[in-house]
Design a protein around this ligand. Structure first.
Ligand code: SF4
Ligand code: SF4
Length: 492
């Protein structure tokens, strides 16, 4: 039995008297403390205020006490109606179903990107194309989700290499949407190398949103994303401009989406954060999604050449984010990871970032459909399958039902292992209400689904991103810019 010293007795007494919520968490910044609770509310306190709060000595009539009470940091003044409504809004995904359905139209690709995570195979090997029969069964499977609005994302390899099936699948999915009267978003992820006017028109007419990769200026992009037939950068920019121009003109018959681009940070990018952001601005893009590389699949094999530490990424991210915030004095340019975190923090809203949920989105938020109809928890889980380990396979569209996939041991294991209540470090972490762990990453890097957060590079990396964002939120001028970003998200 632990010995009760005078100090521990006093501490317990102070907590009882004061009413500190046991699940309040805090993090120390220079000159201040950040206080966070499970309702997703936060408050900065000066060291003296923090000390008084902890010892239950804040005067009850002070502004700071009132503010803490309103946010759910004072046990004797909890407004459970407001607080539970906030919690429910932030965690609304728990009451939905799988919203994202990734159809791998082919494993073939004509690019040889240095970090390729999609485990692509040579563009001549057609036996990895999805047939229309499988695509149709995948669409039917996706519509079994109870989620009132689903997204079907066409991926690869390069999905345009299987254009005829892709086209028929788009038409079929739109027909099912009409029949079932369910919300449907269609999205295509493409390197644009096989885009033509005819394909572009078809995609716009069927309201398919378009996403590509842009890794920065030509010198960096072409070094990361190698394409033997031409400069991948030139092709990407040509079609980005095309879709941007169509989006600006719009059309009264159908909605044309603004094209979006992803930045995958490789070792080649680390020294050029500001230049990369400037390239996005130059191309008229208003959002940049800065994504770290993960040592999964192909990237794991070549990690020594293309990978980097969490510290390297954080330093890149901080420089890029600060540059983006400065640019906002003159133009709109936002960073998507920050936007998704801010949406959670400021709006108590789930932005659909499946890797930052508790539990994570494996199966319960998304499913990956391989070219042969095999189902995986997520695209990352599919990549592990590609290397011969089927631990994240949940079934097959021809053999299994939506319910059996959701109740499968694989799904249950991912849900359990990504529950932050059961992660000792996360449980005490100030960022727990906004964060998430990844069983696939843990399995690949630490050989078990739970992982070990104190030595987990992904945890370190996200902690660095959260620190960068909360440091900016503590500065009035910068905070005003960040708040605007998410106001715009909610409006749009
Ligand atoms: S296992 Fe990882 S990649 Fe898959 S959904 Fe969960 S967090 Fe995302
Ligand atoms: S993964 Fe790391 S940053 Fe995220 S909640 Fe857990 S300890 Fe905190």
């Amino acid at each position: 039995m632990p010995v009760k010293t005078k100090r521990t007795k006093n501490k317990a007494k102070a907590r009882r008297a004061y009413g500190v919520i046991p699940d309040s968490r805090w993090r120390r910044f220079p000159g201040k403390y950040l206080l966070v609770n499970d309702f997703g509310n936060f408050k900065y306190l000066k060291p003296l205020e923090f000390d008084k709060w902890l010892k239950s000595k804040l005067p009850e009539k002070s502004k700071i006490f009132e503010s803490l009470a309103e946010k759910g940091f004072i046990r004797t003044r909890m407004n459970f109606d407001n607080l539970s409504a906030r919690w429910r809004s932030a965690n609304s995904y728990l009451f939905g179903g799988a919203g994202l359905h990734i159809l791998v139209m082919t494993l073939r690709c004509n690019h040889t990107c240095v970090y390729c995570q999609s485990s692509a195979v040579d563009s001549s090997k057609k036996n990895t194309d999805m047939s229309f029969k499988t695509a149709k069964a995948s669409v039917d499977f996706a519509f079994k989700s109870p989620n009132p609005s689903i997204t079907i994302e066409f991926q690869g390899g390069e999905p345009l290499l299987n254009w005829d099936v892709l086209k028929k699948t788009v038409i079929y999915a739109r027909s099912v949407e009409k029949k079932l009267k369910k919300g449907l978003i269609l999205a295509l992820v493409s390197n644009f190398s096989l885009m033509t006017e005819e394909k572009a028109r078809f995609l716009m007419e069927h309201e398919v949103s378009i996403c590509t990769s842009l890794d920065g200026p030509k010198s960096i992009h072409d070094k990361n994303r190698m394409f033997r037939k031409a400069s991948s950068y030139d092709v990407t920019i040509k079609w980005l401009k095309y879709f941007n121009a169509r989006h600006d003109r719009q059309n009264e018959n159908y909605r044309i989406f603004k094209p979006s681009a992803l930045l995958t940070v490789s070792k080649n990018s680390l020294a050029s954060g500001e230049k990369i952001v400037d390239e996005y601005v130059k191309q008229g893009l208003e959002d940049i999604f800065i994504r770290p590389l993960a040592p999964i699949g192909y990237a794991k094999k070549y990690w020594d050449i293309i990978g980097y530490s969490a510290d390297d990424f954080i330093s890149f991210y901080r420089k890029a984010l600060n540059h983006i915030v400065r640019l906002n004095a003159k133009k709109v340019i936002r960073e998507k990871t920050a936007m998704m975190i801010l949406d959670k923090v400021l709006n108590a809203h789930d932005p659909g970032y499946l890797d930052m949920r508790c539990p994570c989105g494996a199966s319960i938020g998304q499913l990956a459909y391989n070219h042969n109809g095999d189902l995986y928890t997520c695209d990352e889980g599919r990549m592990i399958g590609w290397s011969g380990d089927e631990i994240f396979k949940t079934g097959n569209v021809f053999k299994d039902t939506y319910l059996s996939v959701m109740g499968s041991p694989v799904t249950k294991s991912c849900v359990l292992s990504s529950n932050l209540e059961q992660q000792p470090l996360c449980f005490r972490c100030a960022y727990k209400p906004f964060c998430g762990v990844c069983p696939v990453y843990n399995y690949e890097t630490q050989q078990n689904l739970w992982g070990n957060m104190p030595s987990n590079e992904r945890c370190k990396l996200f902690m660095g991103i959260f620190d960068a964002i909360f440091e900016l939120l503590a500065k009035p001028k910068e905070a005003a810019i960040l708040r605007k970003w998410v106001q715009k998200t909610v409006e749009s």
